[in-house]
Design a protein around this ligand. Sequence first.
Ligand code: SME
Length: 155
Amino acid sequence: MAEELIVKGESKQERYATLFPQLQTLMSAEDDLIANMANLCACLRDTFHFWWVGFYRVYGEELLLGPFQGPLACTRIAKGRGVCGSAWQQERCIIVPDVEQFPGHIACSSASRSEIVLPLFKDNKILAVLDIDSEYLNHFDETDCYWLEKILALL
Ligand code: SME
């Protein structure tokens, strides 16, 4: 297994495109979901220098903090609460250009300004959500949604 990622390009599209095949190789070499979630967070943060990247796993009627990279975060989020609980309830990718404009946003870190959350589906069920925070406004768009959905399908 390669120990170092080689990611090229200036644009996020180019960087996702060079990261993706390396993640494919990495994820196909391991079956354990938690181990793969952990490496995925590390690779995404390394590549894009996001403020916070992590998973919340579905645990009964709540989301429970899973593998992540970044500052400490809140541990439990109820269904429908915050961006994470909303993405889970609505079963879709949610892009928040400005967290202050999202009613009910849960501020784990005051440095976070924009956010993207995507559900992780397995056999048509949501197992977890991937949450990424940026300290910049308007950091995420459809390119992130497209590639992150493809990346989550590797798990
Ligand atoms: N902001 C999220 C909570 C999780 S932290 O950002 C890590 C939300 O509103 O669901």
